[in-house]
Design a protein. Structure first.
Length: 205
């Protein structure tokens, strides 16, 4: 029996068509993950001086990101990766421990094929629409941070506290009106932090 078509088939087809017209740059920084990556509005401008490729897709889970590495990660041959995923898994009922397991599987597959290339894992953000999940988000972030501890040239980029005010409330200016996806201000915050991490783990562009 043939497997059911992927819900992301149209996006994957668009990636393939785009790559056929204009092949990805050599040795890029690959941005990978869920809609927070897919919707990054000015990725090339935010990372001017770096060759970047965006392979965010749908509202993907970390599980789906692991599943699609053969299609979306390895052909690009990145020299470094920026990953944001896990938030949707938690929303769909996954435990923080499951997020850790999936991240470790991701890391093992990456190491097997590309080696432990420089990696930035952007922590799961405190989306106002998912305030109910904040304890699970905090726990998942702790577990992934610990999993990264022995990875050379890896950074756990903890944006969670940066998106809160002094009273510990989520700063709504970082989000769009759906309180889930990020505003331009949110992406500006992330861009500054990611660029600082890239400056630490990669040669100057």
């Amino acid at each position: 029996m043939r497997p059911p078509p992927s819900p992301f088939a149209d996006e994957f087809h668009a990636f393939a068509e785009r790559d056929a017209r204009t092949p990805p740059p050599r040795d890029p920084v690959l941005f990978y993950g869920s809609s927070s990556i897919r919707l990054w509005p000015r990725l090339a401008e935010d990372f001017r001086g770096f060759a970047v490729v965006n392979r965010g897709f749908g509202g993907s889970t970390l599980a789906e990101c692991v599943e699609e590495m053969e299609r979306l990660v390895f052909p690009v041959q990145p020299r470094a990766m920026v990953l944001y995923a896990g938030e949707n898994d938690l929303d769909q009922g996954a435990s923080p421990e499951r997020i850790e397991d999936l991240f470790r599987e991701f890391a093992e597959r990456l190491d097997d094929r590309l080696g432990l290339i420089p990696l930035i894992f952007i922590s799961i953000k405190p989306s106002p629409a998912r305030a109910w999940a904040l304890p699970q988000i905090g726990r998942a972030n702790e577990l992934v941070r610990a999993a990264l501890a022995d990875w050379p040239n890896a950074r756990f980029l903890d944006v969670f506290p940066l998106m809160l005010d002094a009273a510990g409330r989520v700063r709504h200016e970082f989000f769009t009106e759906d309180w889930l996806h990020m505003s331009r201000a949110g992406y500006a915050l992330w861009a500054a932090q990611v660029r600082a991490c890239l400056a630490e783990i990669l040669p100057s562009p």
